[in-house]
Design a protein around this ligand. Structure first.
Ligand code: ADP
Length: 326
């Protein structure tokens, strides 16, 4: 029985430095603009921007960038469940946008504050009203934040919340050990209900080029639904019962940063609105009418996020989404 309605996100929170000009390699970008980022924080902000309740659990440095991130969450109406540390600085990521709008990253995390979150720092009150716990793959790379992330997912699940996972494969952060990365990103599948992946991620995680076959391999490991996002081509909701394609609206994309997170935020927001019990989610997401409705909403959030620069500043409000859907 789900009593809460809050989407609780846990993981990395960092500053994205986004170029003012598209199409240049990172070394040639003259000017970057700072924007709050980190995939799970983007998801929390997406839910809040749509009018839902969300919380972000993470660790920031006791420095001006950490302060900026706290203020960004507060002004985005995300409940900031933040631990502050003097042991490391707030993480930074420089992002370069190629001519086609796709992005390259350069991370400053050796280590960054977010990587030092410890499971003993998690507070009961952060989970008490959770309808959904969402986490991503980046906080699974290093200890102690890997254990903290997995402990949060287990705790939320025990309390009856739905668990959502985005492996968010970033090989530059995992280093050279591809096999370790694959194993450690696959392990949480057993504890997740909803998993969002791209086509390339399915290929990486399962070794198969066939999206449907790969999704079924992931379903066997525990999730009830695999949501594959395919950029401008839309998405597919794959359960053991169905494979439903949802098209994306046509937009003028200028920066795809945060599109996947916006999509996940839109999807999780919709799931809290429908208050479906976690055990029912696989069945609900095999219903074509239901998937088309919530998938269209999530796709509009993802698509609108690509029409502005950055991640959090680019997220749409519910009114903007509804206007786009009309
Ligand atoms: P990620 O950022 O995780 O790689 P995608 O780029 O696949 O995720 O984007 C997630 C969703 O956002 C897509 O499934 C789609 O609904 C929407 N979207 C992303 N890029 C575009 C685009 N260029 N045009 C329209 N919709 C898009």
């Amino acid at each position: 029985m789900v009593t809460g309605s809050t989407v609780v996100c846990i993981g990395e929170l960092l500053i994205d430095f986004v170029p003012e000009e598209n199409g240049l390699p990172l070394a040639e970008v003259p000017l970057f603009r700072k924007a709050a980022g980190g995939a799970p924080a983007n998801v929390a902000a997406a839910v809040a921007k749509l009018g839902g309740a969300s919380r972000f659990i993470g660790k920031i440095g006791a420095d001006p960038f950490g302060q900026f991130l706290r203020e960004t969450l507060v002004s985005a109406k995300v409940d900031p469940a933040l631990v502050e540390t003097g042991e490391a600085r707030t993480g930074l990521a420089f992002v370069s946008l190629r001519a086609d709008g796709e992005r390259d990253f350069l991370f400053y995390r050796q280590p960054a504050a977010d990587m030092l979150l410890h499971s003993s720092e998690l507070q009961d009150a952060w989970f008490a009203d959770a309808a959904i716990l969402h986490f991503g793959g980046v906080s699974l790379i290093h200890e102690p934040c890997r254990s903290a992330t997995l402990a949060a997912a287990e705790r939320a699940r025990r309390l009856g919340a739905l668990v959502s996972y985005d492996p968010n494969v970033r090989m530059t952060l995992w280093g050279d050990d591809t096999e370790r990365a694959r194993c450690e990103m696959l392990a949480p599948m057993a504890h997740a209900d909803v998993v969002k992946v791209s086509e390339e991620e399915i290929h990486f995680l399962t070794g198969t080029e066939d999206l449907l076959q790969g999704a079924h391999q992931l379903l066997e490991q525990g999730p009830q639904v695999i949501v594959a996002t395919l950029g401008a081509e839309g998405s597919r909701f794959i359960t053991s019962l169905a494979d439903i394609a949802v098209p994306a609206p046509r937009v003028n994309a200028i920066d795809t940063t945060g599109a996947g997170d916006g999509f996940v935020g839109g999807l999780l927001y919709q799931l809290t609105q429908w208050a479906i019990a976690p055990v029912q989610i696989g069945r609900a997401l095999a219903d074509e009418g239901f998937v088309r409705e919530i998938g269209r909403f999530a796709s509009a959030v993802g698509a609108l996020t690509t029409t502005r620069r950055g991640a959090i500043p680019a997220l749409p409000t519910r009114e903007e989404v509804e206007r786009a859907l009309d």
